[in-house]
Design a protein around this ligand. Structure first.
Ligand code: TEU
Length: 550
């Protein structure tokens, strides 16, 4: 690692969806004290920081992404004292807590919105975005992310308010400096509590311009972010990661410029959209082409090298489980889960694990009555009205619905997978008897043990942090292979992406160069078994490279 590099460049961040992680009081919903109970598990895995999805006071219309008090904890998750305890207990294990900041919108039950709705003269009216009008004729045809118009009519005011997500998530008006000051106050409240950083929800949508139908990357975006940086986390060692669906590499460099004054890094989603029909929505399914994945991941590696910083992820609470999506959750579940980790963790950036990914947890594929997500439920209604068949809609939901990632963490083979003694808010995936943490910890061949080893290796292998990236065999349709070179050493990462035997590239490596691989024995020559994946580490000054060995 470069000298004086910030801690988060060599960190592993673990994302917790608190509702579904661990329930400590039997109400069927995970909570902060539940997380405290599991800190030793996270420390054992090698976690440096936890990104905690929102735990603020909230009506839970969008599971906490609708905040009604930015400086308090929702009773369903615990109390402010529980939060302070979590920060303390995590800190004792060397783990920092990253809070999720939802700053684009609040809940409609936030006191600001309740005031704002009282009259046009109310001092909080301008905290939100309003347009005069008449019923049934919204200012324009913009759509909300969770279905329907982005404009909702308030008869008492004879005005519409703007919301990019649900009707219960009115957009905050960032052009109002009073709004920005209130937000910075809330951020500083948490900094004083000792949090380790922030993930900033849909941050590239805060500077929207509804009249011009601009949602992300509005003209004032970077001005606001820099102002926020100066007023809050700037100059600290806090990690900040912006969620930016609209980022190109060029924009991402601006956010994460090492000498810059915005964020540590952003989440970009270009690879995440590769299995949907061009021009369609995520529900419009298309097969993934491996060459596209190679091209996109390689582009980001190259374009941010020394000029920005990548975040590395396959999963989060909005995305389907990666082993079901691009791996194989049948016969090759373990091999393919390990392959996907091997591929991602050899790249440059800060890796994120989403809870349960380290166990190879799979999609749930529930019938509609077991789905809980507002996005899924709205989509079902909307597409049925548009004439889609039920079968087609459910196929999309099973492939892409957010509930896939939100089923309870599978701790044990006991009742409710050890998640709760009560009635879980969402069903446990029935495969918990075969897939659970208890059975995988200490088991050398498990997905968990493999993640643990990869995480440790990443931290102790400088070329993983710094090496220059180069894609190998770009035209190959079944192998994803690349190298990283830092001048002293080269790391070769070779992954068979599918369930067939194939011939891999010829590389100047030997058996003893294998740092980690997902089969019990190293590959035989350049032959790769289904989903086989390997890291080879070689010194660049080796006298006689054995060409063609692999
Ligand atoms: O998500 C932003 C977003 O645009 C998508 O992830 C969206 O949720 C959906 O999957 C698109 O089909 C963030 C949060 O991660 C998400 O959980 C929230 O629901 C959303 O913002 C609103 O706060």
């Amino acid at each position: 690692m470069e000298h004086n590099a910030p801690w988060w460049k060599n960190a592993l961040i673990y994302q917790i969806y608190p509702r579904s992680f661990q329930d400590s009081d039997g109400d069927g919903v995970g909570d902060l004290n539940g997380i405290v109970q599991r800190l030793d598990y996270l420390a054992d895995l090698g976690v440096d920081a936890i990104w905690l999805c929102p735990v603020y006071r909230s009506p839970q219309d969008d599971n906490g992404y609708d905040i009604s008090d930015y400086c308090d904890i929702d009773p369903v998750f615990g109390t402010l004292a529980d939060m302070e305890r979590l920060i303390r207990e995590a800190g004792q294990r060397g783990i920092r807590i990253i809070m999720d900041l939802v700053l684009n919108h609040s809940s409609d039950e936030h006191p600001w919105f309740i005031e704002a709705k009282k009259s046009r003269e109310n001092p909080y009216h301008g905290f939100y975005i309003w347009r005069d009008g008449v019923p049934d004729a919204p200012p324009n045809d913009m759509k909300a992310c969770f279905g329907g118009s982005a404009w909702t009519w308030v008869p008492e005011l004879r005005q519409y308010y703007f919301h990019q997500f649900s009707v219960k998530q009115p957009d905050l008006n960032w052009d109002n400096s009073a709004v920005r000051q209130q937000i910075y106050g809330a951020i500083n409240f948490w900094i004083k509590k000792g949090v380790g950083g922030f993930r900033l929800d849909v941050i590239d949508q805060i500077a929207k311009v509804p009249d011009e139908k601009i949602t992300n990357n509005g003209p004032m975006l970077h001005t606001y972010i820099r102002e926020m940086n100066r007023a809050t986390f700037g100059g600290t060692d806090l990690v900040t990661v912006g969620e930016t669906w609209g980022a190109t590499p060029e924009i991402a460099r601006r956010y994460s410029d090492p000498a810059g004054d915005e964020f540590s890094m952003v989440f970009q989603f270009e690879h995440i959209g590769l299995d949907q029909k061009p021009g369609g929505e995520k529900w419009d399914l298309a097969p993934l082409r491996l060459q596209d994945l190679k091209q996109v991941l390689s582009k980001w590696q190259t374009e941010l090298y020394c000029r920005g910083w990548n975040s590395l992820f396959w999963n989060n609470h909005d995305l389907p489980r990666i082993v079901s999506r691009w791996g194989n959750d049948g016969a090759y579940r373990e091999a393919s889960a390990k392959m996907l980790a091997t591929l991602l963790y050899g790249l440059q950036g800060t890796p994120y694990i989403y809870q349960g990914e380290e166990l190879g947890m799979t999609n749930a594929c529930f019938p509609l009555e077991d789905c809980r997500d507002i996005e899924t439920l709205n989509l079902y209604k909307e597409r049925l009205e548009k004439g889609y068949s039920e079968e087609e809609i459910m196929r999309s939901i099973h492939a892409k619905g957010r509930d896939n990632a939100r089923t309870p963490m599978q701790w044990t083979a006991g009742p409710n997978a050890g998640f709760t003694t009560g009635n879980p808010w969402i069903r446990v995936n029935p495969n918990y008897r075969q897939i659970n943490a208890e059975q995988q910890i200490g088991e050398p061949g498990s997905v968990y043990s493999y993640y643990k080893r990869l995480i440790a290796l990443r931290k102790e292998t400088p070329v993983v942090q710094n090496g220059r990236y180069e894609l190998l065999c770009p035209e190959d349709t079944s192998i994803f292979a690349y190298k990283r070179d830092d001048g002293a050493n080269t790391l070769y990462v070779v992954c068979n992406f599918y369930d067939e035997h194939v011939e891999g590239p010829l590389l100047p490596v030997q058996d003893e160069d294998v740092l980690i691989s997902n089969y019990p024995d190293p590959p035989a020559g350049s032959h790769l078994r289904p989903y086989e994946a390997v890291w080879y580490l070689c010194r660049n000054d080796r006298v006689t490279p054995v060409l063609g060995g692999r």
